[in-house]
Design a binder for this molecule. Sequence first.
Ligand code: SAH
Length: 355
Amino acid sequence: MKKLIDKLEKNRNLSKEELTMLVADQSAENLQYLNERAVAVRRSVFGNSVYIRGLIEFTNYCKNDCYYCGLRCSNRKADRYRLTPKQILQCCRKGHELGFRTFVLQGGEDPYWNDERLEVLIGEIKREHPDCALTLSIGERERKSYQRLYDAGADRFLLRHETANADHYGMLHPAEMSHANRLRCLKDLKEIGFQTGCGFMVGSPGQTTETLVEDLMFIREFEPAMVGIGPFIPAGNTPFSGEKTGSVELTLRLLSIIRLMNPKVLLPATTALGTAKEDGRAMGIKAGANVIMPNLSPTDVREKYRIYDNKLATGVEAAEGLKELELEMGKIGYKIEITRGDSPLCINTHKKQTN
Ligand code: SAH
């Protein structure tokens, strides 16, 4: 297995069979070796810096009905909220003072936030913080809508593909949602010029070693600037509320494989990883991740943005806990950077690089 890991590090191009062996492997010793190699590669690209993003969960209204997500429209128990532009700008101001230079606007697919409203908001954020990058994570839209948001100043877009396998996609989503459209969105985002992120949950119902290998091959081919992965965690009042939480070990294994396959990728140690296991985010960094996204939403809504249960939003998960996070990262040899932290894959081509 070590030979396979070395081969992945050297030429990144393992066959389907080889990737399958690597994903299905269960040995703790091999996992440790994989994590070590991923950290070495991550260091060669990013040194010991960790990039931070201030996550603003700006609406939990959603028109979709994804089986795994607590924000799904059929969940009548969800306590819905929508931040005002003024509140969002306030979050950015506070984030900027704390040292954030990237803001991530994430939400359900909320029709209230049409192109006009988003354009105004994006314009205001970028005018007030020209030194900051703005990331959107607001789901599927038409190409011309993505183009308008890009032209308004948004820099990056996160849209997890959720699974590269169309049948598996059908097990996670209602019939109105299509795998083909998800992939169309990702392609459009990248073509328009966004630093684009895809990703998936680890341990989602119906996932197999085979579908995971397809995910890895999809990532290799798509060459995203960012990849978000974290364990699936059951959410109350959803069809999957009784399912098992995804494996932390497998998530760490996949983080390392993704780092070795795509050395320059921006790879967050996600909140889901920190929720599934205490210390999970530090473990993610030690598996090759290089980004952390603390929560910058107003404290009274954090509880309501419940994509899954028991989601962490305090302590080092909270933007206010940055000092604590710095200490935690310092202990394992990393340093939080006050920078936009753009993708090294996009750095020369980007439209509005200001630093
Ligand atoms: N509406 C946006 C943002 C969705 S929330 C969009 O469609 O992109 C961001 C991510 O959280 C999702 O893409 C999904 O992969 C993840 N997520 C949703 N429910 C989850 C759960 N129960 N456990 C773990 N991750 C979940």
